[in-house]
Design a protein around this ligand. Structure first.
Ligand code: SF4
Length: 445
């Protein structure tokens, strides 16, 4: 039974009970009626309503946002439609050994990617339901079919092993058009109590006893070389990982980790620049110059996560202590001089600026503040992308509530408009090269 149906039933019973008490002279009959319980569906505008209010906003992008905000549950027939020989499954996208053959995520009919990986914390917002009929798979809500969806196809290299005997899917994971490398599968902030970002699940990985793991360079290079043999599939090579604090200069260990992988990868491309993106901690300009001069890397991202100095300190204490909000921004601006205009951006966990108790309580204020600060960065050539805050089980923020769909639509529109106004292309981080940003999904229009 939906929360809405439950609430209607309760209110149907209310008046009769009150009337009988009043007839018996019970003082309770004089009390004011209890306020009507409002379900989450009544409290916020629905997908259809948001699309009506924003007729120029692509419906499929609004749907993607809402699925990521509310989550998706797979029915047994949707899970039975997964063909591990053909589709990417959750275990194959992950570096942990666990039995999970649910689909890693899915695409919509226009190529928009919808990410469903990770376990959302319990919420009163019900997830969308993915269901199957025969070999066709559909996204549904309250029993209504909304769209056909398509599980991601597995790349050819996934079934091969490296010379050292490691399955290649464990070394380099894939999105439909991207290769993803996580050289350091841990984050040093979680070794320091309370320093991790509060929306991140690395903390629960740490508590679960998972150890820091570094990929072997030879395994990575061999896997990428194999993946590149598949014609027409990949448009980008992407690297990221947790922060590494050690080194003569802070973050030198993290820098070394990326240099030792990017250098041999550059050789695969004849020593030239190649379509690539690194998301790292905010390196100092001298460290960034090494990345640019010694490798073929073409784009750099350092995620501020939230565009507000006080909230940055609260939500990302490790980043705030190690680099600091203003220095982080200055390093992004300096990176534009090194990598070029349009080749540097920063990512936000969209909506986390409304986390309680220190975040904004009002969506209009949160939006105005975020877009003003985004424009300050854009003036310096640094553009801003956001993803949807998926409130994950195991994160410090589990139990919080992401903002409304309306908020995300306005945030995506605002960031897209700003990027266009400052004449910056989205091709470093667009729907093909990443696919996780509603604002760059709009770059197709
Ligand atoms: S820097 Fe923050 S978001 Fe990134 S892995 Fe570490 S704790 Fe998580």
């Amino acid at each position: 039974m939906s929360a809405g149906a439950k609430s209607r039933e309760l209110h149907g019973a209310g008046p009769a009970k009150a009337a009988s008490k009043t007839a018996g002279g019970n003082k309770a009959g004089l009390r004011r009626a209890a306020p009507k319980a409002v379900s989450w569906r009544e409290a916020e505008p629905s997908l259809a309503e948001v699309c009506r209010r924003h007729p120029d906003f692509p419906r499929l992008v609004a749907l993607k946002i809402d699925v990521q905000r509310r989550g998706a549950a797979y029915t047994p027939s949707a899970l039975a439609a997964v063909d591990p020989a053909r589709h990417m499954t959750a275990v194959r996208s992950d570096y942990y050994d666990k039995e999970d053959l649910s689909p890693v995520s899915f695409s919509l009919r226009d190529g928009t990617l919808v990410f469903t990986e990770g376990v959302l914390a319990p919420s009163d917002r019900e997830p969308y339901v993915v269901d199957a009929e025969g070999d066709r798979i559909f996204l549904t809500d309250q029993g209504q079919v909304l769209e056909e969806v398509f599980y991601w196809e597995k790349p050819q290299y996934y079934d091969q092993t490296t010379s050292s005997g490691r399955p290649m899917w464990q070394i380099v994971s894939a999105r439909p058009q991207r290769l993803t490398i996580h050289p350091y599968q841990f984050c040093d902030f979680w070794k320091l109590r309370g320093q991790g970002c509060k929306f991140c699940v690395m903390a629960s990985n740490f508590r679960a006893g998972r150890k820091a793991a570094l990929l072997a360079v030879d395994d990575v290079v061999e896997t990428v070389a194999e993946a590149l043999k598949e014609p027409g599939r990949n448009v980008n090579i992407f690297l990221t990982g947790g922060t590494r604090l050690e080194g003569a200069e802070p973050l030198d260990a993290e820098l070394a980790c990326y240099l030792q992988i990017l250098k041999p990868l550059t050789k695969l491309f004849g020593g030239r620049k190649f379509p690539s993106q690194l998301i790292s901690t905010a390196f100092a300009p001298n460290q960034l110059r090494r990345l640019h001069e010694e490798t073929g890397l073409t784009g750099w991202t350092a995620d501020l996560e939230v565009l507000h100095p006080r909230l940055f300190e609260w939500i990302c204490p490790g980043k705030a202590r190690t680099v600091g909000y203003e220095t982080w921004k200055a390093r992004l601006a300096a990176a534009v001089e090194i990598f070029g205009r349009g080749r540097v951006n920063t990512g936000l966990v969209g909506g986390v600026e409304m986390a309680a108790p220190h975040g904004f309580a009002d969506e209009n204020e949160a939006l105005a503040s975020t877009l003003t600060e985004a424009e300050n960065l854009l003036r310096q050539g640094v553009w801003v992308v956001s993803c949807v805050w998926r409130v994950l089980k195991g994160s410090v923020f589990a139990g919080q509530k992401a903002p409304s769909l309306e908020y995300y639509v306005r945030l995506a529109q605002g960031l897209d408009s700003l990027r266009r106004a400052y004449g910056l292309e989205a091709d470093l981080d667009d729907w093909r090269r990443c696919g996780n940003h509603p604002d760059t999904d709009l770059a197709r229009a």
